[in-house]
Design a protein around this ligand. Structure first.
Ligand code: ARG
Ligand code: ZN
Length: 872
């Protein structure tokens, strides 16, 4: 039953104005809808009207005031159909729904005592009968009726225009949203909430009221989100010329939420984890995540809301562009090189794995069963990489002109990815036809590069060959247009050499365009033998192989002028050493540490000049997940042992340097989530992790004291993690107990408490998960809890992949339960099992067995689609 992009047709009818009245009640909310409907000009007269609707009890239906007889409409599982409808009419319906029974958290549901909504992608059909598709855009007028005592606050999109009291302790507020929008941007919130308020004056002088609505106990945790919001608003004006367009902008924090947040017009709804921060409860990483997500949702006001998607195949139109915008914002606000390193290392670990697995799909998929399964790293992150390539291809100025053109040409419309790229082509005069393949071809292109220096002629020949592996449904791939930013670093001078290609100068840091399957680039006037620095800044989302020697990599790690590639050279060097050790472990041979890696680290630790945040990244070994990505077959134990061995060898060889770096970076300034402090903390905590890895007594003592000093959550959590992941249970257990008791009242901190324990490498991790599932702070119906406990455990490389299969079984059991309660979360959670082909035969069988056991159930479309792909 998949839906195909090629089947797109405009709707037979459109809705120009939508009037809604909600009479709230946990078990029986009444929703009245009056839709102003008219035939779509591109469709013929006399076609049936089709409305989506799920789990709705229809109470009344009328056209232009005339109630419909039973034979004048048809109800199905999916919706309502009216065979004969006039050209233009008013449709009135009334339905009853039960928010308290809604555990899927799509549509109108309850979180704690409050009512809230999540409509993207297809949740609105669980609220009322409606053409639930993004190309139907209407203005909305919404009246919310609730109990004065239980729901003193009643919110919806736009501006409040009327409010009043009603009999029986009830009251109402009416909201009007003048901007036409698809129903996926509808939102309603009702409950006992408190607000923090601020103001923002836009570039044209509009006064905007900013509100963050939270439960009372969280009033002290909104400062950072508010400051981030104001920075984002200013940044979007300065960078993209985009101004806010209502008098009011609201954010609401809710505890039960499937995703990070949602950009509903004028009323963003956030997972509380994506908005609340406090130095004592949130880590630096959490502060930065909040800033990024607040900005992301705000930026959607233009890239998503004013200009939206024609259909859900175009999801990356808004998400790829908006992620690119929030990444750039965060880079401008914090350390740009570190932001890039973080984004790319995440991307290469998680998106590459998705691209290489059974659920691989293009950035614009051409079919799907359940769109909820396509809120993926490919749509979001790879989509953002494509937009970044576009920006680099056409240059910022043309890109900005293209963006202006896009927003003005398509304001108030629902459009396609072609429409967006066409604006970029028009603004730049460039041909982007081949480039469009990035949207239609799944899989990660791999480039094999070879270089040769011709001493006699002072020329450097670079041969590039590209290939995109087959992915499900796409056996053959055409060559992509791959922009490769590069430098040639002179081995004598240590400097970037001038690049001359076909008689044309590219400066010292240039871009070449690989368009064919195989292409040779000959650089002339190269005065000395160079080491090439390729794909600087990760200039394209590809795997690039070059036969670097370890000496080359050590050289690049110190001499590359591109900070990102300096870091990457270090990662490549470490990976080569790790490869040897993984092989040694498998062959039962004694492990020997590569002295070149030790020397490279010694160099790094001596360097005072480097940006501390970058240094912390450079001192961080590739994660086990990333190492696994590089292996033909994943051997979890060998990878864990090899990485541990490298870490401990470095710690032993450089113990005093790590200790010194730790001590030099213990600051005493009051906590602030600002770049310099964050850099010092991460450097300090990386150094500490080396010391604790060898159970250095002084290191352990420092960790213990850092935990007890309780300065801020970043330091407390880092220390707690080190203790809990060490084998010193006599220190770990009391620390966990102290922490758990102290924060029992704070769900977001308890999430961290869960994760820290179940990600430990010790063999009791699985037993801990089972034990903690009965903890009063855990709940299977709260997605944050599921992610913190079960999701974190499934990322625990050694223990999830236990050879007795108990890790897999536990995950499958939870997926089976969640399949009934919350299909969207269930289908995400099952992901690690779908990667079974990457492991040894024993594990393959075990994982497949669990997938087959899940398949026996009566599956939601979400889980069904993923399981079918995984077992295909
Ligand atoms: N548009 C939201 C965001 O990225 C995400 C909504 C996801 N919703 C869902 N049901 N998968 O900002
Ligand atoms: Zn988004």
């Amino acid at each position: 039953q998949p839906i195909h992009l090629s089947d797109y047709r405009p709707p037979a009818y459109r809705v120009t104005h939508t009037e809604l009245t909600f009479d709230l009640d946990p078990s029986a909310t009444r929703v009245k809808a009056r839709l102003h409907v008219e035939r779509h000009p591109e469709r013929e007269a006399g076609e049936p009207l089709e409305l989506d609707g799920e789990q709705l009890a229809l109470k009344a239906i009328a056209i232009d005031g005339q109630p419909l007889g039973d034979d004048e409409y048809a109800l199905t599982e999916q919706g309502l159909r009216i065979e004969r409808a006039p050209e233009r009419f008013l449709l009135d319906t009334e339905v009853e729904i039960a928010p308290e029974a809604n555990t899927a958290l799509e549509g109108l549901y309850q979180s704690g005592g409050m009512f809230c909504t999540q409509c993207e992608a297809e949740g609105f059909r669980r609220i009322t009968f409606y053409p639930d598709r993004p190309d139907v855009m209407a203005t909305f007028s919404t009246t919310v009726i609730g109990r004065l005592d239980r729901e003193p606050v009643l919110l919806s999109n736009g501006n409040p225009v009327e409010r009043g009291e009603l009999p029986n302790g009830r009251h109402f507020v009416t909201w009007e949203d003048p901007h036409p929008k698809p129903c996926y941007l509808f939102a309603l919130v009702a409950g006992d909430l408190e607000k923090v308020e601020d103001r923002f004056t836009t570039m044209s002088g509009r006064e905007v009221t900013l509100q963050i609505w939270v439960e009372e106990e969280n009033l002290g945790k909104t400062d950072h989100a508010m400051a981030s919001l104001k920075r984002a608003m200013r940044w979007d004006e300065e960078t993209y010329g985009r101004e806010y367009d209502l008098d009011l902008f609201m954010i609401v924090a809710v505890n039960d939420f499937n995703m990070g947040a949602m950009e509903n017009k004028g009323l963003n709804i956030f997972n509380s984890a994506a908005v609340l921060t406090h130095p004592h409860t949130a880590t630096d990483a959490a502060f930065q995540r909040v800033e990024g997500i607040v900005a992301h949702e705000y930026f959607h006001n233009w890239s998503g809301n004013r200009v939206t998607c024609r259909d859900w195949f175009q999801l990356s139109l808004k998400e790829g562009f908006t992620v690119f915008r929030d990444q750039t914002f965060s880079a401008d606000t914090n350390s740009a090189p570190v932001k890039r390193i973080e984004d790319v290392s995440f991307f290469r670990t998680a998106q590459f794995a998705e691209d290489a697995g059974p659920t691989a799909h293009p950035v614009r998929p051409d079919h799907y069963i359940e769109i909820g399964n396509f809120y993926t790293l490919t749509i979001y992150e790879k989509g953002a990489e494509i937009v970044r390539m576009l920006r680099n291809l056409v240059g910022w100025e043309a890109f900005r002109r293209g963006s202006d053109l896009y927003f003005s040409r398509f304001d108030g419309q629902a459009v396609t990815i072609e429409d967006f790229v066409a604006c970029m082509a028009e603004a730049s005069g460039q041909d982007l036809d081949q480039f469009m393949r990035w949207y239609s071809q799944a899989g990660t292109p791999e480039i094999d590069a070879h270089g040769e220096y011709d001493y006699a002629n002072g020329a450097y020949r670079l041969l590039l060959r590209q290939r995109t592996p087959a992915t499900p449904g796409q056996p053959d791939k055409a060559p992509q247009h791959i922009p490769i930013r590069l430098g040639l670093v002179g081995t004598k001078s240590g400097r970037d050499l001038r690049l001359t290609l076909d008689g044309e100068s590219l400066g010292t840091d240039g871009v070449i365009h690989l368009r064919e399957e195989e292409q040779e680039f000959v650089f002339t006037d190269v005065e000395e033998a160079p080491v090439p620095s390729l794909a600087r800044g990760f200039s394209a989302p590809v795997k690039l192989n070059f036969p670097y020697s370890r000496e080359d990599l050590a050289f690049l790690q110190t001499h590359d002028s591109d900070g990102f590639n300096r870091w990457d050279a270090g990662q490549r060097l470490a990976l080569l050493a790790l490869d040897d050790l993984i092989a040694a472990h498998r062959n039962g041979v004694e492990k020997v540490m590569d002295p070149r890696v030790v020397e490279a680290f010694r160099e790094l630790l001596k360097r005072e000049t480097d940006d501390k945040a970058v240094l912390a990244e450079m001192l961080t070994l590739p994660s086990e997940a990333y190492i696994a990505e590089q292996q033909p077959l994943v051997d979890v134990d060998a990878i864990h042992a090899a990485r541990q061995f490298v870490k401990q060898s470095l710690a032993m060889a450089l113990r005093d340097d790590f200790l010194r770096v730790y001590q030099e970076n213990v600051g005493d300034a009051p906590y602030a989530p600002e770049p310099e402090q964050i850099a010092a903390r991460s450097l300090k905590n990386v150094a500490l992790s080396y010391l604790v890895s060898i159970e250095d007594e002084e290191g352990i003592e420092l960790a213990r004291r850092q935990f007890e000093a309780d300065h801020n959550m970043t330091d407390v959590r880092a220390a707690l993690t080190l203790l809990v992941h060490s084998s010193r249970d006599e220190l770990a257990d009391p620390a966990l107990r102290t922490f758990g008791e102290k924060w029992a009242h704070d769900p977001l901190v308890m999430d961290q408490w869960f994760s820290v324990q179940v990600s430990r490498p010790q063999s009791d991790a699985l037993e801990r998960v089972k034990f903690l599932m009965d903890h009063p702070a855990f709940s299977l119906t709260n997605p944050n809890k599921v992610r913190a406990l079960i999701g974190a455990f499934a990322q625990n490389r050694v223990n999830f992949h236990r050879l007795d299969g108990e890790g897999y079984r536990l995950l499958a059991d939870v997926v089976i339960e969640l399949n009934r309660l919350n299909p969207e979360i269930a289908s995400r959670l099952v992901t690690p099992l779908t990667r079974w082909r990457r492991f040894d035969e024993t594990r393959q069988e075990l994982m497949k067995g669990e997938l087959e056991r899940i398949r026996e159930e009566k599956l939601s479309p979400n889980v069904y689609e993923v399981i079918e792909k995984a077992l295909a």
